[in-house]
Design a protein around this ligand. Sequence first.
Ligand code: FE
Ligand code: FE
Length: 166
Amino acid sequence: MAEKTLNDLFLDTVKDIYYAERQILKALPKMARAAQSQELKAAFEKHKSETETHVERLQQVFELIGKPARGKTCEAIQGIIAEGEEIIEEFKGSPALDAGLISSAQAVEHYEITRYGTLKAWATQLGMKEAADLFAATLAEESATDMALSDLAGTSANTKGKKKAA
Ligand code: FE
Ligand code: FE
């Protein structure tokens, strides 16, 4: 068997995040429907359209490296999304629901942030400037989303979550 290189690791990781992004695309409308506050609904909807762009950027990366756009099952994102679904079920109708939705959405963003941070570094290492720029663009949007979610948690969801349902 041929020795595996950073190029192989790079391709595997692109496939991992491609799978993850497409799962996230399916999860975000459910999160938006479940959210109680209009601001949180709007935040999930906005990030859904950004996520469509993330999928397209990954398709561009597959093109750049001359490989078919194909995902590879990512159990990490499946687990994070499953936890979010559990929160939706268990906290339905509760004032803590939005705080829970934000916490699971931030777990998703942090997963993406580690992946894109790594991919950007590897693309740079491998001399793939165009791919590195695509990863950097997505990374900036994931980080901005994470910060926006922190703000929403700080301004309303967490305090509201402490109150008993009226
Ligand atoms: Fe994304
Ligand atoms: Fe994201």
